[in-house]
Design a protein around this ligand. Structure first.
Ligand SMILES: N[C@@H](CCC(=O)N[C@@H](CS)C(=O)NCC(=O)O)C(=O)O
Length: 210
């Protein structure tokens, strides 16, 4: 399988971490955004959004990182990362949607202002945008903090792809200056997830590619 990727980025990282966790072979191709690689016609034919990641498995092509997580997890059902029962699957979907629709947009300004701008030479962080994002963060931070109060993972004791999706921000949280000081459960969760062998391997794999 081949993954067209943007390094470093949480959406790419979550897929690479999952592939390591499941022991799946994944060839990672870093798409050169600076020279317009993601707008090239051959890439747009794979993913018309011009975004990364995109997975190729033989002649099957798939974009949207959370859909890719679901596809890969189903290759190893015994991992339990994609539950077999309807309630478990619905709960995973609930957190995948929340991560994509609510949590992701809420933390995007920290990543854009402090990481993306520096990487692509887009100027200094906009302090007004950062303040707005910091003020709004409790709306999602409080929900996540409460969910993790009495359990190690989003669904309880068992890690699922929802954790791979949601916690993909964790390796970059410090660099992005996310306001996590008052969120001990989220901090512990980040450490728990990123401390696993698969996440450590994925991080050093991605670092070595740059
Ligand atoms: N919802 C998409 C988002 C993909 C996305 O926004 N990818 C970013 C990297 S995290 C990207 O490719 N950015 C390049 C660009 O905007 O030109 C997913 O989860 O795969």
């Amino acid at each position: 399988m081949k993954l067209y990727a943007l390094l470093p980025s949480p959406n790419t990282f979550k897929v690479v971490a999952l592939a390591h966790h499941l022991g799946l072979d994944l060839e990672v191709v870093d798409v050169d955004v600076a020279s317009g690689g993601n707008r090239a016609l051959d890439y747009l034919a794979k993913n018309p959004n011009g975004l990364m990641p995109t997975l190729e498995d033989g002649d099957f092509t798939l974009w949207e990182s959370n859909a890719i997580l679901m596809y890969l997890a189903q290759k190893k059902p015994e991992s339990g990362l994609w539950p077999a029962d309807a309630h478990g699957q619905a709960k995973v979907q609930q957190w995948l949607n929340w991560a994509a629709i609510h949590f992701g947009p809420a933390i995007r300004p920290f990543f854009f202002e402090r990481i993306v701008k520096a990487r692509f030479g887009l100027g200094a962080p906009d302090e007004a945008e950062l303040k707005k994002a910091t003020d709004a963060f409790p709306k999602v931070g409080d929900v996540l903090e409460a969910q993790l109060k009495n359990q190690p993972y989003l669904l309880g004791e068992q890690v699922t792809i929802a954790d791979f999706a949601l916690a993909s921000f964790a390796p970059y949280a410090k660099m992005a200056g996310m306001p996590l000081e008052n969120y001990p459960n989220i901090q512990a969760y980040c450490g728990r997830v990123t401390g696993t062998e698969a996440w450590k391997k994925a991080l050093s794999f991605m670092a070595a590619m740059k």
